[in-house]
Design a protein around this ligand. Sequence first.
Ligand SMILES: [Ca+2]
Ligand SMILES: [Ca+2]
Length: 314
Amino acid sequence: MKKLLLILTILAISIANGQFAPAAGKTGSTAIKADSSCFVNWASECTVKRGLAQINLADSGYASVGTSNAAIGPALKNGVVSLGDGGSAVLYFNPPIEDQNGFDFAIFENAFLDTFLEFAHVEVSNDKTNWIKFPSVSLTQTTKQVEPFGYTYPERISNLAGKYKMPYGVPFDLAELKDSQHYKTTFQYLRITDVVGSINPTLGSKDSKGNMINEPWPTPFASSGFDLDAVGVINQSSITNLNHIANNPFFHYNQDIQTLFFAIPLNETVAIFGSCGNLVYQQKISSNQLEVPQNLSKGVYFLNCSFGTFKFFN
Ligand SMILES: [Ca+2]
Ligand SMILES: [Ca+2]
């Protein structure tokens, strides 16, 4: 009986402390470092809808740190974009993210402590109409509001972005959404929505079990809400959406004058590969255009830069 009591006590303590993956560096953590070789791509477009710095205070104005471009490309580059209370970001991936074995993508926030965390809901879609939300759980107590610079613990959080500090990403597995009628193996869009951390039911956000999600609130600053840095792709489809690339504001190919136009950071090295993966051209770009080498024969080529790999026809 004593043994049973001991086991029950240990169980009770572990439930009280939370039951999910702990902070980066601790045994059982699922945190993935930004420079991990498991990342094969990053978000190529982002649209942000800001929330107020404090949701119940119209005079607080909207969160204003960063722009949507901050969430495009790799983590730890271009800064972050602050979403504000309940604000959201829709990110586009080309090729789409694909459900393969294990985690398929990871989201980076800019928390600087393991216990000063801001959270966000995560959803995926292929049409931006039907969204599937990852089933989140928050085991943080809901009786006392976490203060603006108060503590929250990763062990008590599951399936919310923001549970690991910078430079670690929070990974997600699309297989967890398999029961949804809108589930497909690939998804082009990801929506990240700030958790409003108030425990007041008329203001705050709930997890998938109906618990209020308690996190630092209010935070009426320019950097209010979830600070999105980047989304790294771990598994992606082998099929690139060419129709979308034709309208991609970050990449445009004018076949008549054989010039590639970019809207990406300068001084970046871009590479052009042939259809067999053979490198045919490489150059550090010093302007927003790149002349395709004149001796390039007709065919299909892939341009690789920090925004991903884009296919074009010469
Ligand atoms: Ca998966
Ligand atoms: Ca928040």
